[in-house]
Design a protein around this ligand. Structure first.
Ligand SMILES: [Zn+2]
Ligand SMILES: [Zn+2]
Length: 383
């Protein structure tokens, strides 16, 4: 385990943002390559890395996934393993998730499953919602095309090592809408000569914030619309504004409701802009699809947790946050599994968050127990 903790610290010291995970991918490709896999893919959907470990007999293929990217947030604290990059840090625990995968790889190096095939995937750009989609769209993903797929996400606020499962929606889908309004400026002394978006923005903000109430009248399905940014003109006191930007994040545990929210948001922007004679355009940012767990994959996760004697919690509601693993498990037997990171642990993305090393062995054991459950556990010892 010392080597595994050292790897987690090494990854934590050198975090990289979505889309620029070259060094992290290099570290992980080198680690996986040293475990003598039967195949190794690099540059998958960008910076993705995937290692293949074959059992001697035919059988199903199982993909286990972790994420390569860190966050654009300054970490608090200056321990020996803390981030050495100003303004960038592993505050979602992806360093820990990568280390789970490394631990599984080192076990597979010694002990292949008796049948089937294991793919260990390090996926880029999770935080921006782009990575999983790109990995699946990479033509080489056809070679992987797993029968089963699992990812574990650590969850602060839950007891350390508790396994959290849910059939159906595990995490909401979400998408950002960026709306631009185009009018014309005039002197502040002559607002009647301008086409100002000021009143449009003032009407749009409450209308957009209220969209979810129309889309979902109860909590089932869940829907939420949050205006997260608005800007009007410039701080030029002699000028009536001519331009504005409004940004909103939409989320739901239902793809249908999310689709309706998207349509309603664009309709609100176009109607309010046209009412004031403004030009308008919209674009979508960071789309995450709903993460929907397959019942059979959740059953496998329960069985794996039970093998290890871990506490299991069935979640009553889906998480409001989004994860892009839904792209990988869409149409296959897959599940995103929660793993408690400690009740005292600061929340994900908080500047004081740090992945608990005490959870590393549990995550590795849980992934290995899933492989044992699905591929058999007698194992083939390698020389
Ligand atoms: Zn995150
Ligand atoms: Zn994360």
């Amino acid at each position: 385990m010392d080597e595994i903790v050292e790897l987690r610290w090494r990854l934590h010291r050198s975090p990289e943002l979505a889309g620029s995970e070259a060094a992290t991918a290099g570290v992980m490709a080198a680690f996986l390559g040293a475990q003598r896999p039967d195949g190794l893919l690099a540059g998958l959907g960008g910076r993705g890395v995937a290692a293949r470990f074959d059992g001697p007999e035919d059988g199903p293929s199982v993909l286990l996934r972790a994420e390569l990217d860190a966050l654009p947030i300054q970490e608090a604290g200056d321990g020996p393993h803390h981030s050495e990059r100003p303004g960038v840090a592993h505050l979602c625990g992806h360093d820990g998730h990568m280390t789970f995968i490394a631990g599984v790889a080192s076990r597979l190096a010694r002990l292949r499953p008796p049948r089937g095939r294991v793919w260990l995937l390090l996926q880029p750009s999770e935080e921006t919602g782009e990575g999983a989609r790109r990995v699946v769209a990479d033509p080489r993903f056809r070679e992987i095309d797993p029968d089963w797929a699992f990812a574990i996400h650590n969850l602060p606020g839950y007891p350390l090592g508790r396994v959290l499962v849910r059939e159906g929606t595990f995490a909401c889908g979400s998408v950002g809408l960026l709306a631009r309004l185009h009018g014309t400026t005039a002197h502040a002394a002559h607002p009647e000569l301008a086409r100002s978006p000021a009143a449009t923005v003032a009407r749009l903000i409450p209308r957009l914030d209220g969209l979810a109430d129309d889309a979902a009248t109860s909590n089932d399905p869940f829907a939420l619309a949050t205006v997260i940014h608005a800007r009007l003109g410039d701080m030029a006191f002699g000028t009536t504004p001519g331009e504005a930007v409004v940004c909103i994040t939409l989320r739901s545990d239902s793809e249908d409701v999310l689709g309706r929210l998207r349509d309603a948001a664009v309709a609100a922007v176009s109607e309010e802009a046209e009412r004031d004679g403004l030009g308008w355009e919209t674009s979508w940012v960071e789309p995450f699809s709903v993460t929907v767990n397959h019942p059979e994959a959740v059953a496998a996760a329960r069985a794996a947790a039970a093998r290890l004697g871990l506490e299991i919690e069935e979640l009553e509601e889906a998480f409001r946050w989004s994860e892009d693993f839904g792209e990988i498990i869409r149409g296959r037997r897959g599940a995103l599994i929660g793993l408690g990171a400690g009740e005292e642990q600061p929340p994900l993305h908080a500047p004081t968050y740090d992945f608990p090393d005490a959870l590393l062995a549990t995550g590795i054991d849980l992934f290995c127990a899933l492989l044992d459950h699905l591929l058999g556990s007698s194992g083939t010892q390698r020389p």
